[in-house]
Design a protein around this ligand. Structure first.
Ligand SMILES: [Zn+2]
Length: 301
């Protein structure tokens, strides 16, 4: 059975629209813009159809446009870009964040992304609603100047309910939530429960597996998370965007030493194949084969 060549309005299909979010690119972010080419070719070769980026503030707009073109030639559509994140409340950290955030927004737009990902305070500091709402509101204004939606990601130091609270307080159509499955688990909330808490606010996904001890960013299927449950809830709450794996080949602090450097190619293949398998199981269990479909890719562009 194959539905190759068909287009979908839903990731729940035989050939799900999976993406790779290259937050670290195994160090590629420190290389020249031209070095993105081989990485993007690998992403396409494994079978991904979407791509996302982090650490973009060092790129020029021209380099970003060139990366966007390379990705487009490979058939990879851009999804989200990770902004710089605020790691502490120190005034100098805030000043650095404030200066870098509009740069990230400009580069994200040049890369063709639709969502700029940000965090509530990323460190261990206690949640402070007014502080996060004020800062992220200013960031949403900057993102909006470039036509971007601001996605507020749940972090490992706070309950996903807090992320929802911040986004609800901002209450604007160009601000939503980003579900990070590993962060939810580290915050003590099963990611399927986090998906339900964030619900229809979810505008982007960071799908990554973990053993629940450190922020492993492992391919789905290699950790303890229940991917059948996670994807079921994502479907139920109405998420219709691409499924983006935020994973890497190397991660020096992974809980399981043998998985600290499994290599990007292997990580991509394992994550892609396992999620495809899970999505197909769900698709078939819901009796959805043969239903009318439309172009997800066109809507995302
Ligand atoms: Zn994330």
């Amino acid at each position: 059975m194959s539905d190759e060549g068909q287009q979908h309005d839903h990731w729940l299909c035989v050939d799900p629209p999976l993406g790779f979010g290259g937050v670290k690119w195994d160090g590629l972010d420190t290389l020249r813009a031209a070095d993105y080419g081989p990485a993007l070719e690998l992403v396409r070769r494994v079978g991904f159809r979407y791509v996302a980026y982090g650490q973009v503030q060092q790129l020029t707009e021209a380099a970003a446009r060139s990366i966007r073109n390379t990705a487009a030639e490979l058939g990879l559509a851009p999804t989200w870009v990770h902004s710089v994140v605020l790691g502490s409340e120190a005034p100098e950290a805030y000043a650095r964040y404030r200066a870098a955030q509009p740069v990230c927004a400009r580069i994200a737009a040049a890369l063709g992304a639709g969502v700029l990902v940000d965090h509530t305070l990323a460190g261990g500091t206690a949640p402070d609603l007014q502080r996060d709402v004020d800062r992220l509101g200013a960031s949403a204004d900057e993102a909006a100047r470039f036509g971007l939606t601001l996605g507020v990601e749940n972090v490992s130091s706070a309950d996903p309910g807090y992320t929802r609270q911040v986004v609800d307080a901002l209450n604007r159509p160009d601000v939503g939530c980003v579900l990070d499955t590993g962060h939810a688990a580290l915050a003590g909330v099963a990611p399927q429960d986090a998906a339900r808490i964030l619900g229809r606010r979810i505008v982007a996904t960071h799908l990554q597996d973990t053993f629940g001890e450190t922020d492993d960013h492992l391919p789905p299927g290699l950790g303890h998370l229940d991917w059948n449950a996670i994807l079921s809830v994502l479907d139920e709450v109405g998420y219709r965007g691409p499924l983006v794996l935020e994973i890497g080949g190397a991660k020096p602090r992974r809980s399981v030493a043998e998985l600290r450097d499994i290599g990007l190619e292997k990580a991509l293949v394992l994550g892609h194949r396992y999620l495809t398998y899970i999505v197909r199981q769900l698709y078939e269990s819901k009796g959805l084969e043969g239903r009318a479909v439309h172009a997800l890719a066109a809507r995302q562009a």
